[in-house]
Design a protein around this ligand. Structure first.
Ligand code: GLY
Ligand code: MN
Ligand code: MN
Length: 439
């Protein structure tokens, strides 16, 4: 399973059709330092990987469709047996052409010398500024140099455009090959959640549940976690990005688990919340059923042609109705929504695009008024929640929250593919109905 060479080639052709008479430059992700001279496992920049499939640092990919000889050029680390003994095998310059389909490849040390020829006749440069100060400066300096003769001959890149204008729309719609990888990431993530609920019981530690989850990921061939696993018992669930995972599960607690794996660079992202002892308290059950209803209704909004925000607006509407019924909010529904008075309970959005990045790229809105319309091949999460922190501060004019509700945090999150006639829940394997998760 994986992306075929021919698909990478199609992506590059699609990109180059947009680049036209320009030149696009993509820089690999840097190695990230864990501490001193110990580094994290290398993760390529997602755009770079999407276009090349090349998984090494210190690399630059150049697309110059107008160039007479070379349209796709890779700059890479050259073979170096001594260095490779320490840090692993490198593809090298020759194989960059054979294996990765570049028309030409050079050692990265030759970038300054070789890059200008691919930019000299470009009418613009596509480059994403802002992520690597040193590299930005190299590109900006080169740009200035290339524009020096513009007055004399009218040739030179007259603008820098952000590469996001090229890749966002491409990456947003997933190909059949990508969907297959996403299904696998979702399936393994689902297995891990099922295992976690079997394992969780009063007395075990959050990190032990985390270990079961991540064991499941690796055992099934996933690269690892898509993001640090959130295993949050009791009131810890009210901290959205709780990752300490060091508390003991207590009888009567809910356990919120937000965990997903990365498989072949594509990500799963699932949240489930369940009672540690298999029995909801009445307050837990009431709020759980409300979040579940919000999630089911929001998922029903995922279909081609619907605006991206329909799921969120539906979730908010259901949650506010429920909180009004419970007396946890009071007043006029429309006003509560307009003035966001529900936010002490529900402070995040109902989802995000999902793909090579967990919070994947792609426009949510085309302009002030127009939301992205969903279309087949989009993949998004649907993840409403309710969080009643022990420290919750109700919005102005809203009632104080009785103690019996405090310390309950619930989120339910699935990964949903937009299909021709509706949607497909990729993470449906993990139970979420009350009957399935409690007795
Ligand atoms: N786990 C990150 C998110 O749900 O967005
Ligand atoms: Mn998510
Ligand atoms: Mn999540």
């Amino acid at each position: 399973m994986g992306i075929e060479k021919s698909e990478y080639q199609q992506r590059r052709e699609q990109l180059m059709a947009k680049v036209g008479n320009g030149t696009a430059i993509f820089h690999s992700a840097p190695m990230a330092v864990m501490h001193n001279d110990v580094e994290y496992v290398y993760r390529q920049d997602s755009d770079f990987y999407y276009l090349t499939g090349f998984n090494e640092p210190e690399a630059v990919a150049v697309f110059a469709p107008h160039h007479e000889e070379h349209r796709y050029i890779l700059f890479v680390q050259p073979k170096d047996p001594e260095k490779e003994t320490w840090t692993g095998y490198r593809c090298g310059v020759e194989a960059a052409k054979e294996k990765y389909g570049a028309d030409e490849a050079y050692p990265i040390a030759e970038l300054a010398e070789k890059l200008p020829q691919y930019l000299a006749k470009a009418d613009r440069i596509y480059y994403r500024l802002g992520r690597d100060e040193k590299f930005n400066n190299r590109i900006l300096t080169l740009w200035q140099r290339l524009m020096a003769g513009y007055q004399k001959n009218g040739i030179g890149p007259t603008a820098i455009a952000d590469t996001r204008t090229l890749t966002f729309a491409m990456r947003l719609v997933k190909s059949p090959g990508e969907i297959e990888l996403m299904r696998q990431a979702a399936k393994i993530s689902a297995q891990a959640h099922i295992r976690a609920r079997e394992y969780a019981r009063p007395g075990v530690y959050e990190y032990q549940v985390e270990a079961e989850i991540e064991h499941t990921f690796r055992l099934a061939g996933a690269m690892g976690v898509a993001y640090p696993s959130i295993v949050a018992s009791g009131a810890n669930a009210c901290v959205l990005h709780y990752i300490e995972n060091n508390c003991q599960l207590k009888d009567g607690d809910l356990l919120l688990i937000d965990a997903g794996c990365s498989y072949g660079y594509y990500n799963g992202d699932i949240t489930r919340t369940f009672p540690v002892n298999g029995k909801f308290t009445p307050e837990q059950k009431t709020l759980y059923e409300l979040v579940l209803e919000a999630q089911l209704q929001a998922i029903a909004q995922v279909k081609p042609g619907n605006p991206y925000n329909a799921a969120h607006d539906t979730a908010v509407s259901v949650l506010v109705d429920g909180l009004l019924d419970l007396g946890l909010l009071i007043g006029d529904k429309e006003e509560i929504i307009k003035e966001e008075k529900y936010k002490p309970f529900y402070m995040h959005k109902t989802g995000h695009w999902l793909g090579l990045d967990v919070h994947d790229v792609g426009l949510y809105k085309h302009n002030e008024e127009t939301w992205q319309a969903l279309q087949p091949g989009h993949i998004l999460t649907v993840e409403p929640g309710i969080y009643i922190s022990p420290y919750i501060k109700p919005a102005e004019g809203q009632p104080e929250i009785p103690d019996c509700w405090k310390g309950i945090g619930i989120r339910i999150e699935d990964d949903v593919l937009v299909t021709d006639d509706g949607h497909d829940i990729l993470t449906a394997d993990v139970p979420k109905s009350v009957a399935e998760i409690a007795h």
